[in-house]
Design a protein around this ligand. Structure first.
Ligand code: THU
Length: 161
């Protein structure tokens, strides 16, 4: 018998003042995207901004629906838009943040499992790590080196016949 240990490194910035300028710029794009969320049911507004290898930024925000499961998270809205617009361009980074209208979010927002799986697909497709930047409205900002760190033991195309 043996134990497998996993390591997931997260670089933690204390606040926005500590952020390198290029990361802050992408986060601001995600913040703007969050203000455009269509979230009449949860009122929780999420924004994502993807920096592509070609320098373009593609954003997304959550899209809700009266039939709740029909809605889509910000991250997948952004990822699918990015892949639809630039199918052959790898994703370099994604910044994700959220607005809680009731009480400011003080911890970095955490992408759901489905969004992690979708982002992982593009990381695998291009064989290039996608850096992940997670922020709340205030407080620390997390910087992960790749999506795989957010989703160990992932199901991937290699399992398929
Ligand atoms: N949501 C996202 O857009 N991204 C996440 O990572 C977590 C949750 C959305 C889905 C739904 O519109 C609202 O936030 C509440 O779950």
């Amino acid at each position: 018998m043996k134990t497998i240990s996993l390591e997931s490194r997260i670089l933690v910035y204390e606040d926005r003042v500590e952020l390198p300028a290029d990361i802050l710029k992408l986060l601001v794009e995600a913040e703007h995207a969050a203000t455009r969320a269509y979230a009449p049911y949860s009122h929780f507004q999420v924004g994502a901004a993807i920096l592509m290898n070609n320098g373009q930024v593609v954003t997304g925000c959550n899209q809700e629906n009266a039939v709740y499961p029909c809605g889509l998270c910000a991250e997948r809205t952004a990822a699918f838009a990015a892949s639809a617009k630039f199918p052959e361009v790898p994703f370099s980074r994604i910044a994700i943040t959220a607005i809680n209208p009731v009480e400011p979010l003080k911890v970095p927002v955490s992408p759901c499992g489905s969004c992690r799986q979708v982002l992982y697909e593009y990381e695998q497709k291009f064989g290039q790590p996608i850096e992940v930047i997670l922020a709340g409205q205030e407080g620390p900002i997390y910087h992960l080196r790749c999506v795989a760190d957010l989703l160990p033991y992932t199901f991937h195309a290699g399992f398929l016949p």
